[in-house]
Design a protein around this ligand. Structure first.
Ligand code: PLP
Length: 408
């Protein structure tokens, strides 16, 4: 009889969002007529901007005519899009990233999950804690995580706590990992690292032969000068870092799907003989073998984001969410909560009051204020005692949430 990949059976059921839904349903069934405000939304709610819609319509027309019909495209993405990414996301910021270092994909979840294909299963991994769960779970699937302990930690993964005790700034690892995942602006805490703080990480990776996997899915929310939009703003990062980007939260592409990954030429790892091998070639091989390219329509839609109109319209949408984030941050602080995030990010991370666990606070908010958020413990052991609210609801609902939470 054939065997399965046993690593999958090691993974505990992912029950965070299903448990949230179950508790909300039980509450609304028992309390019909109560208006619950959902502040745990992890998806965008504003529609695609007009420039994208127009480009999508045009692209549909291309597919309708024999002479402009597009079938399979280049696996790494069309040149019309990669050229614009190289120019507007990098060169305009003084960063030299060439189109052939850019790989367009169906999103950052796939790429952050799939990148392990080109890395040895013997590598040791470090993650910040709390963490976007994909980094941990895909390393479990890949056989790099070891065993799950009763404390919720995998034995071969180093967890770097980010809590109010260290102002949400992770310390450098102690266990000599080979690969480190960083995500800034961070999901779930909404915190960022400054240029100097990121330089510490790039220097550490360079000095210790560590690969830095940098997830910049929330880059478009950055408004402060001292917060880098790309890890490649830090000198030397091209030798050690892969960067993941997403159009999901940036431009509302969560449904139509698009992202990209930058694998700089010159970034090398060692093969089993100890000889250096370029990761760019390995990732190209991986993508051309296992991925047939993101859709032509979506790439034409993304191209329109780089027009003057597109850039202005997307900024307006992000400003809308950032205003929600500001209302939450300021309103909750005034109501006496300890909050971080929400400045360069759509996420607000608050400390649960007194000795309430994350789930106790979830029940308390639901029953007392009819507000739904996400328990921090769902993002890792160091998320216990914290809670995530998001800025993706409407202004009206966000204002109403703040008013309710201000009532004692
Ligand atoms: N990375 C982080 C940190 C995220 O929070 C998310 C989505 O929530 C993603 C990646 C996934 O992005 P995409 O929609 O491009 O797959």
């Amino acid at each position: 009889m054939f065997r399965i990949n046993d690593n999958f059976t090691k993974l505990p059921a992912s029950y965070l969002f299903s448990e949230v839904a179950r508790r909300v349903k039980a509450y609304t069934d028992a309390n019909p007529g109560v208006e619950v405000i959902r502040m745990g939304i992890g998806d965008v709610t504003r529609p695609l901007c007009p420039a994208v819609i127009e480009a999508l319509h045009k692209a549909v027309d291309h597919e309708a005519a024999g002479e402009s019909f597009q079938g399979y495209g280049p696996e790494q993405g069309y040149a019309f899009l990669r050229d614009k990414i190289s120019l507007y996301d990098y060169k305009e910021r003084g960063i030299d990233i060439e189109p052939d270092e850019i790989f367009v994909s169906d999103g950052a979840k796939s790429d952050t999950g799939n990148i392990g294909d080109i890395l040895s299963t013997s590598n040791r991994v470090a993650v910040t804690d709390p963490v976007y769960p994909v980094y941990v779970d895909t390393n479990v699937m890949g056989g790099r995580a070891g065993e799950l302990g009763e404390d919720g930690r995998w034995s071969r993964i180093e967890y770097l706590p980010c809590t109010s005790e260290n102002s949400f700034v992770p310390s450098l690892p102690l266990s000599k990992p080979d690969v480190v995942y960083l995500c800034y602006p961070n999901n779930p805490t909404g915190t960022t690292l400054t240029r100097d703080q990121l330089k510490v990480w790039v220097d550490y990776c360079r000095d210790n032969g560590v690969l830095l996997l940098f997830d910049a899915a929330y880059e478009a929310f950055i408004r402060e000068e001292d917060v880098p939009h790309s890890i490649y703003e830090i000198e030397g990062a091209k030798d050690v870092a892969i960067e993941f980007r997403s159009y999901s939260k940036t431009a509302g592409f969560t449904g139509i799907r698009l992202g990209y990954t930058v694998v700089p030429k010159g970034l090398k790892g060692l093969d089993e003989d100890g000889s250096p091998v370029e990761l760019n070639g390995l990732w190209r091989r991986r993508q051309t073998t296992k991925f047939n390219g993101a859709s032509y329509l979506t790439q034409r839609g993304a191209e329109a984001l780089y027009s003057e109109e597109g850039r202005r319209q997307v900024k307006e949408t992000i400003d809308y969410y950032l205003e929600n984030a500001r209302m939450l941050r300021v309103g909750l602080a005034e109501a006496g909560y300890e909050v971080v995030g929400g400045i360069n990010s759509p996420y607000i991370w608050l400390k649960t009051p007194a000795t309430m666990t994350s789930w106790e606070f979830f029940d308390y908010l639901l029953e007392r204020y009819h507000i739904v958020g996400t328990p921090g413990s769902g993002f890792g052991p160091s998320g216990e005692g914290y809670f995530r609210l998001t800025a993706f609801n409407t202004h009206e609902n966000t204002r109403c949430c703040v008013e309710r939470l201000s009532l004692k």
